[in-house]
Design a protein around this ligand. Structure first.
Ligand SMILES: Nc1ncnc2c1ncn2[C@@H]1O[C@H](COP(=O)(O)OP(=O)(O)OP(=O)(O)O)[C@@H](O)[C@H]1O
Ligand SMILES: [Mg+2]
Length: 198
């Protein structure tokens, strides 16, 4: 039921992952979206008060996922254990995530890429790892804005551009097309999507 009406490009939940829902009364995708949205707002408020700079750690990535989804999912902040249609072998998540965070640290320290380019690369690798059973897109968009803010003192990306990125619309189609192109090593669409002109 929870997987019904999911937007394109969303990751379906396995039955054992659905078990982890803390609200046993919910039956529809709409109810779930609503509960997650409330939780995410709480998480964003926590983030606004978060003053530390040590965001490029796996502990912070997991903490952020807990703050965004922990009221809804008991497995929030824990890496997925099952294969999904997107994402690497679950046994590789911990190592690949650490490598990404080290690379992202290096890019910032050495100005390897301009901020938005570093952010686009960081975002694509994070969603490609797909660390969690669900909420990877939302977590990774917020984590990317945190990366821009803390490491580059840069404003957040305009992900939604007036659309609802959770729903099926042209902005989401463009977002997924950009990620799929990046899967093949072509980053132009994603660079344009995050607001790099030219
Ligand atoms: N081909 C792809 N390559 C890399 N990442 C992808 C691809 N297709 C989808 N994704 C990412 O996976 C996300 C969906 O995963 P998941 O369902 O865990 O996230 P979500 O936050 O629940 O949903 P969403 O962000 O889609 O509303 C997408 O938002 C996108 O970031
Ligand atoms: Mg999802």
């Amino acid at each position: 039921m929870i997987n019904d009406n999911a937007p394109v490009g969303a990751t379906p939940l396995d039955p054992d992952e659905q078990e982890g829902c803390k609200h046993k009364h919910i039956t529809t995708r709409e109810q779930l979206d609503e509960l997650e949205q409330v939780n995410i707002q709480q998480g964003l408020q926590w983030l606004q008060r978060y003053r530390q700079k040590d965001v490029l750690t796996d502990a912070f990535m997991r903490k952020l996922h807990i703050r965004l989804f922990g009221e809804v999912w008991s497995w929030a902040g824990t890496y997925r254990k099952t294969e999904k249609n997107i994402g690497i072998d679950p046994r590789e998540i911990a190592v690949q995530l650490r490598m990404l965070l080290e690379d992202a640290q290096f890019w910032a320290a050495n100005a390897t890429y301009p901020p938005l380019e570093a952010a686009a690369r960081f975002h694509h690798r994070l969603v490609s790892i797909h660390p969690f059973p669900n909420g990877n897109g939302r977590h990774a968009r917020i984590a990317t804005d945190v990366y821009l803010n803390k490491m580059f003192d840069h404003r957040p990306i305009e992900w939604a551009h007036g659309f609802d990125l959770q729903a099926n619309n042209q902005r989401r189609i463009d977002y997924l097309a950009a990620l799929r192109a990046a899967d093949k090593g072509k980053y132009d669409l994603l660079f344009r999507f995050v607001g790099i002109s030219g």
